[in-house]
Design a protein around this ligand. Structure first.
Ligand SMILES: [Zn+2]
Length: 131
């Protein structure tokens, strides 16, 4: 990671709140991990930037809806990709792209995967759009 990458990441992490939504470890309660549960918090904090991690899987449509409806919500899809099958990945992207603005989809902002120039480019675009 270069120094400029670190600066961009610092900017993102100090100006946004990330929530691990959907899939995760065995100790989560899946029925309570839908990003839809965050809607009251998002509505009450319109000046806070929210990043929904894990694409909300398996609640992609709920995550996409929140991302589309609220200017302060972004979606990260990075960590879910190595977990689901190729067909699952395709279905995930199809569901997300039904509604989610493509300029609000991020890749691995929680640093699950570090080295990826598309990710860095996505973060740079995200940071630039919020200055
Ligand atoms: Zn996570």
């Amino acid at each position: 990671m270069s120094a400029s990458d670190a600066i961009y990441l610092h900017t993102v992490f100090t100006s946004a709140v990330q929530f691990h939504t959907g899939l995760g470890d065995a100790d989560i309660t899946l029925t309570r991990s839908s990003p839809a549960h965050l809607q009251p918090l998002i509505v009450a904090n319109r000046r806070t930037t929210f990043v929904l991690l894990h694409a909300g899987y398996p609640y992609m449509r709920e995550a996409g809806y929140l991302t589309a409806m609220y200017e302060n919500v972004y979606l990260d899809i990075g960590e879910v990709f190595p977990v689901v099958s190729r067909r699952g990945q395709e279905a995930l992207m199809q569901q997300l792209l039904e509604l989610t603005p493509t300029n609000k989809i991020m890749w691995s902002s929680e640093l699950f995967f570090i080295v990826s120039s598309p990710r860095n480019g996505n973060l740079e675009g995200y940071v630039r759009s919020h200055r």
